[in-house]
Design a protein around this ligand. Sequence first.
Ligand code: FAD
Length: 592
Amino acid sequence: MAVDYKAPIKDIVFGYEVIDSYNILNKISLFKDFSENIVITTMEECAKFAEGVLAPINSIGDQIGAVINDGVVTMPAGYKEAYNKFKEAGWASISLPQEIGGGGMPIALSGGTLEILSSANLAFGLSAGAISAINFHGSDEQKSKFLPKLVSGEWTGTMNLSEPQAGSDLGTIKTKAELAENGSYKITGTKVWITFGDHDMTENIIHLVLAKLPGSPEGTKGISMFIVPKILINDDGTLGDKNNVQCLSIEEKLGIHASPTCVMEYDGAIGYLVGEENRGLHYMFTMMNEARIWVGGQGLASASAAVQGAAQYARDRVQGRPVGMSKEDAKNASIIEHADVRRMLLTIKSYVDAMRYLMFDNQLMLDLEYFGEDEVTKSLGEERCAILTPITKAWLSDLGVELSSLAIQVYGGMGYVEETGIAQYLRDARIAPIYEGTNGIQALDLMFRKLPLDNGQAMQRLLGEVTNQIELMKNGSDLMVSLAKELEIHVSKLSEVTMWLATKMLDGQLVDASAAATPYLKMFGQVLGGYYMGKAAVLAEKKLKDGDNEFYSDKLTICKFYIQQLLPIASGYASAITAGKEDLFNIKAENF
Ligand SMILES: Cc1cc2nc3c(=O)[nH]c(=O)nc-3n(C[C@H](O)[C@H](O)[C@H](O)COP(=O)(O)OP(=O)(O)OC[C@H]3O[C@@H](n4cnc5c(N)ncnc54)[C@H](O)[C@@H]3O)c2cc1C
C-alpha cells in the first residue's frame, strides 16, 4: 500500500509565479520565450514519467536495493528500464546548455522536475556534477570526448571526493596521481561512499576523482581533479579496455537502498587532469551551488510526497470522536476531523510551499549568475546565490527529515510499520542533511563566508529586499497589513542578531560565532520562508479578486498559517545565537 504519488503541478506552477520567474528570465535573451505554458507542459510530461515509471519501483528499490556480486553492482528490477526511459525523455539534461546537447531551459525549471522526480523516487537521483565540471573546466578535447554521452545519458558520472579519513575536511585526502605516458596520469587510492560508483544501467561510468600530485602543497591547496573512465575510450570514440578501477563493496544503509553507495578502488587507473594542477577543490566549489540546491530539493521532495500519503491516510482512517462533534456524526469521522491532525498536515503543507519558493528562487539566482547579460544582473545572481545556497541545502534537508517524521505521526502505528510505505520517506530523506557538505558545514559557510560578503552589505541588501516586501504588504488589505507586521518583528530580530554576530566576528570571537552557526541558519531559513509566504499571499489575494477559487483561498490560508503560527519560531532561535560558546564548552568531552 505505497503512497499514491500525484505530482502537485498546480502548486509548482504557482511557485514559479510567486518568484516572478517569467518577468525576470524573459530579460535574458536565452530565456526570452520562457513562459507558464512551458512550465505546465514540462511538469505534465514529467509527472507522467514520475507517476507511471519511477513511483511504482520506489518500494521495490527500497526492499531489494542494489546488490553486488563479484565486483559487479546490479540495480533492482525495473531500474534499468526506468533509466532508459529517463534518458530517452532527456530529463537529466533539460537545463543543460543547448550547445552541449542539453534542453537549454533555465536551471530554475529543473526545480519543478527535480521535485517531481525525487518525490516519486529519491534513490533514483544521479548527479550531473561531472557534466558541469567537465563543461566548465575541461579542455576542448575532454569536452568532445566525454560530454555528448554524459549529456545524452548513455554514460553516467560520479563525484569521488570522500575517503575514510577525509569527509568534511578534504584537505586530508591521500589518493595519489602520478604522471604517466601521453600526458595521462595513474590514479591510486580508495574512495568511499561514492553514489552510483558502479551500476548496470549504462555501458560506461565517468568518475571525477580528487587526488594529489607528488610535491603538491599540503591541504586543500594541493588537490587536483581527474577524469577516470570505468572503460577507457579509444581515439575513435569506441569503448576500449577496462580501466583499473573497481567497486569493492556497497554500503548497507538506512535509506535510498536503490542508490548504490560504493567503496571504489583505483589501482593505477588511467586518469586525465581537468584544468590546472592543484585547482581541483576550486573547480568543485564552482559547481557546488547547483549540487547543494539539488540536495535541499531532496528535502522538499520527501516532505511534498509524504504529506500526500499522510493526507490520504487521514481522510480514510476512522478513529476517535472529534471535539465538538455529535456521537452520531463521529461514527464515521476520520482522523482528519481532529484539530491536532489538521495541525500536522497544515504544518507540512505550509513548510513545503515555503521550501519550494526558496529553492526555485535560489535556482533563478543561479540563472542570473550564469546567464545574466550585464554585470549588475550577474553580480546580483552571484551574491544572492552565495547567501541562499547554504540555507536551501540545510534548512530544506533538515525540514525534509522533520516533516517526513511528522507525516509518520499522522499515520499513528501504521506509520511505523513498513507496509504503508510512509517510513521510507523518512529513511530516504535522512541522507540529505549529511551529504554534499553536512548541514553543520553549511551553517559555518553562511556564518564565516557569506555573512561577511562585501563587508556585510550583501546580507543587508537581502534583508532590505525582505523589508521592501513588508512595505508593499503594508499598503494592502487588513490581512496583508497584519501579516506584514508579524513578518517585520522577525526580520528586525534577524537583523539584530546579524549585527551582533558581525560585531563578534570583528572582535575576533570566532568560537562564539561558530557556536551560533546552526541556530542562525535555521532562523534565516524560517524568516526567508516568511518572506516568500508574504509574496505568495499577495499573489493569492490578487488572484482571488479575479474570481473565487478554492486553490487560491487555500494558498492564502497556508500563507497566513505559516506567518502567524510557524514564523514566530524564528525569533526563538535568537537566544541560542547570542548565548555564545560558554555552555557548549563547559562540559568536558568525556562527560557527554
Ligand atoms: C549515502 C551517501 C552518499 C554519498 N555520496 C558521496 C559521493 O557521491 N561522493 C563523495 O565524494 N562523497 C559522498 N558521500 C560522503 C559525504 O559527502 C560525507 O559523508 C560528508 O561529506 C560528511 O563527511 P563524513 O561522513 O566524513 O563526516 P565528518 O566530516 O566526520 O563529520 C561528522 C560530524 O562532524 C561535523 N563536523 C566535521 N567537521 C566539522 C567542522 N569543521 N565544524 C563543525 N562540525 C564539523 C559534521 O557536520 C558532522 O556532523 C556520501 C555519503 C553517504 C552516506
